[in-house]
Design a protein around this ligand. Structure first.
Ligand code: SAM
Length: 170
């Protein structure tokens, strides 16, 4: 499961969403040098990559320029636990091997959900304690799995904490 895989799967799921006629607005949290954001932009989304590290974001922006994607991908400094966006700002919120580093997992997860519109996709790939490195038979305490969450928001629910279904990527 690569960052591009996560972006592709999330966008494929969005194709079945009601607002599919608009270019989807995608946030990649803890974007690093931007692989998921750039994959989303390459697929036609308007992408925002967020990270705490300005130097990584400069590299991401340079990659976007080199790929001719500067108009579709922008990069901002920020913390996953306090996303600088209003509620419901994005059609899809991604994080690939990123938000697992945020110290407050519950607060960070609530932020991912808050900024994703109802019916949007939250897709996260993370290493897990019981998984394996991709392609390796060696058990490892640090490897990955991916999940995505749909959240048709129940009426009256707190947008930051309402329950969500989840689904493991194949
Ligand atoms: C292993 S890299 C993954 C980068 C990229 N998502 C990828 O798939 O290659 C982890 C990234 O998480 C970022 N990060 C860690 N804690 C963060 C936080 N609280 N908020 C935003 N970004 C964070 C790091 O700066 C780093 O760029």
């Amino acid at each position: 499961m690569s960052a591009a895989d996560v972006a592709t799967l999330a966008l494929a799921e969005l194709d079945r969403a009601p607002a599919a006629d608009l270019a989807p607005h995608v946030l990649d949290v803890a974007t690093g040098t931007g692989p998921a954001a750039l994959a989303a932009a390459h697929a036609g989304a308007r992408a925002v990559g967020l990270d705490t590290e300005p130097a990584l974001l400069r590299t991401a922006a340079a990659r976007a320029r080199r790929a001719g994607l500067a108009a579709m991908a922008r990069f901002v400094v920020g913390d996953a636990a306090e996303l600088p966006f209003p509620a419901d700002s994005f059609d899809a919120v991604l994080s690939t091997f990123g938000v697992m580093f945020a110290p407050d997992a519950h607060r960070t997860a609530a932020e991912l959900v808050r900024v994703c519109r109802p019916g949007g996709i939250v897709a996260v790939a993370s290493w897990t304690p019981t998984g394996r490195w991709a392609g390796s038979p060696r058990p490892s305490p640090g490897t990955w799995t991916g999940c995505r969450a749909h959240h048709p928001r129940p009426a009256g629910a707190n947008p930051g904490t309402s329950g969500r279904g989840s689904h493991r990527f194949p």
